[in-house]
Design a protein around this ligand. Structure first.
Ligand SMILES: Nc1ncnc2c1ncn2[C@@H]1O[C@H](COP(=O)(O)OP(=O)(O)O)[C@@H](O)[C@H]1O
Ligand SMILES: O=P(O)(O)OC[C@H]1O[C@](O)(COP(=O)(O)O)[C@@H](O)[C@@H]1O
Length: 335
């Protein structure tokens, strides 16, 4: 018998529920009990928990968000908070803790493992895809699809008005969403941390404004820039204002925001979440600990949890090069 605990932490991601469902069904197989802690690490610190049964996870595979709720929990950044979390795990006689979250959540789990003897497993769930040792994180594919769907609609109205739009997408400080969304929506420019620095803002503004003016003087079409959040120091709205002034052409900002975090997970995320959920309980049954379950080349992998938060994974260089050298230049045939 094992008493397995699970929580979801950090930004919610479509597919977290699917992972929880897979965990619960696999635990049923092993006759393990499941304790769900609510509101991320806050639930662990405050002892906010509930036994999770199969009935609780019926019909949740297609639901966005997380039925366990999620949160950021600043208390975990102090020794006191971590020790409180550990004391709840001991009081509740938990044998193993599965955390579904991003790199921050895994850093928290590693802290817990320093003071607690139980088994710990991380499942990568974040729309940002910024977790190492897994090709994709749960939620990334859905977020990309959601953003593309929104931008396709923006393109229609942009085409009709021959207008310039600057669309901001999420990703905190990594460009996985920006590049994938920008390329898949045929953006004229993709601006992200990996290909655009703002050290000399004047130069950057002039380059962008020249590019917009050239493109718009030669053709009657739309012009879309997909930009990463937190890239332009004064924000995307200010960038749009500056470019409008410089070009004399209306540049309209559009911040997609939280729409990218919600919604029903696409098949790819449901399947990834299910595979990783099943594998995590199987690993616990084999006595394993301190692991992240990930997927590489379509195969589930178990990697040391510590290796998942080294921030070594980057946007594919060939994708960045293709955008810079080929895709961002308006083609003669489009003019
Ligand atoms: N270095 C750390 N030590 C302990 N806990 C951490 C650490 N970094 C993050 N956490 C915990 O994990 C939570 C989620 O992390 P955050 O970075 O906000 O999201 P994500 O897990 O999606 O990357 C934080 O609110 C905090 O409770
Ligand atoms: O919900 P908040 O606290 O405003 O955070 C916004 C951030 O959360 C995300 O949506 C997801 O990030 P995490 O999964 O790392 O928490 C980022 O893309 C964004 O920068």
């Amino acid at each position: 018998m094992k008493n397995i605990a699970v929580l979801t932490s950090g930004g919610d991601a479509p597919g977290m529920n699917a992972a929880l469902r897979a965990i619960v069904l696999t635990c049923l197989q092993y006759k393990y009990t499941i304790t769900g802690y609510y509101h991320g690490y806050n639930g662990l610190i405050n002892g906010e928990s509930k036994q999770i049964h199969v009935d609780d996870v019926n019909g949740i595979i297609g639901r966005g968000g997380t039925i366990l709720k999620s949160a950021r929990c600043p208390a975990m950044l102090s020794d006191n908070g971590i020790k409180q979390a550990v004391s709840t795990l001991m009081k509740d006689k938990i044998d193993a803790l599965i955390v579904i979250g991003g790199d921050g959540s895994f850093a928290g789990l590693l802290e817990i493992a320093k003071y607690w003897q139980g088994q710990v497993i991380g499942i990568p769930g974040t729309i940002d895809n910024d977790v190492d040792q897994t090709d994709f994180t749960i939620g990334f594919s859905t977020a990309v699809n959601t953003a593309i769907e929104a931008i396709d609609k923006i393109r229609d109205t942009a085409d009709a008005f021959e207008r310039v739009f600057i669309v901001e997408v999420m990703g905190r400080h990594s460009g996985f969403i920006t590049f994938n969304v920008g390329i898949a929506s045929a953006a004229e420019q993709v601006l992200s941390f990996e290909n655009f620095d703002c050290v000399n803002k004047e130069t950057r503004l002039n380059e962008l404004s020249n590019s917009i003016k050239n493109a718009q003087s030669n053709r009657h079409s739309s012009y879309l820039i997909v930009i990463a959040e937190n890239l332009w120091p004064e924000g995307t709205t200010e960038l749009a204002k500056n470019l409008t002034e410089l070009t004399g052409i209306d540049c309209t900002p559009c911040i997609l925001g939280y729409i990218q975090r919600g919604g029903s997970p696409v098949a790819k995320d449901r399947l990834l979440a299910t595979k990783l959920g099943v594998a995590s309980v199987q690993a616990l049954a084999e006595g394993k600990t301190n692991l992240m379950m990930g997927e590489q080349n379509n195969t589930v992998v178990e990697v040391p949890l510590r290796q998942s938060i080294n921030h070594q994974k980057g946007v594919s260089k060939s994708l960045i090069k293709a955008q810079t050298d080929i895709l961002s230049v308006p083609k003669q045939s489009q003019i």
